[in-house]
Structures are given as C-alpha cells and as structure tokens.
Unconditional design. Structure first.
Length: 71
C-alpha cells in the first residue's frame, strides 16, 4: 500500500536524511520526503501499514527533530 501525507521539513538536506532513515525501517518498501512540495510518501505492507507508519515517523523524527507528518 502506498500513501502520501503532508509533512513539514526545513530543507532538502534534512529531507534526504529523513528519507534515508525511513527506508531503513523494517517493512518499508519505498519512501520519499520532498522538501519543495512538503510531501511524505510511504509504501509498505498493507497488513502492517499503521505499525510501519508509526515506526517510519519515529525514525524520521530521530533523524531530524523538525520532521512532522500530518495524519
């Protein structure tokens, strides 16, 4: 399952750092964080999507404190 979310990220460098951290989360098939559009896309297994989404957001916040996702 692939979903897009509105997010808040301060710069392109931060977006790249957050994206790399999220892609390391177990269960994430693909992810992207776009600074220009302020969008976060997560592709993960549909059965565990909510659990993986929470882990992905936590990993993103750990990589960059300013990363916020509007659910």
């Amino acid at each position: 399952m692939k979903k897009k979310f509105k997010c808040e990220i301060d710069c392109a460098d931060c977006a790249a750092k957050v994206e790399a951290a999220i892609k390391k989360v177990e269960g994430v098939s693909d992810a992207s964080v776009n600074f220009l559009t302020q969008k976060f896309m997560l592709e993960a297994d549909e059965d565990r999507y909510d659990e993986i989404l929470k882990a992905a957001i936590a990993a993103g916040k750990k990589a960059e404190d300013e990363f916020e996702v509007e659910l």
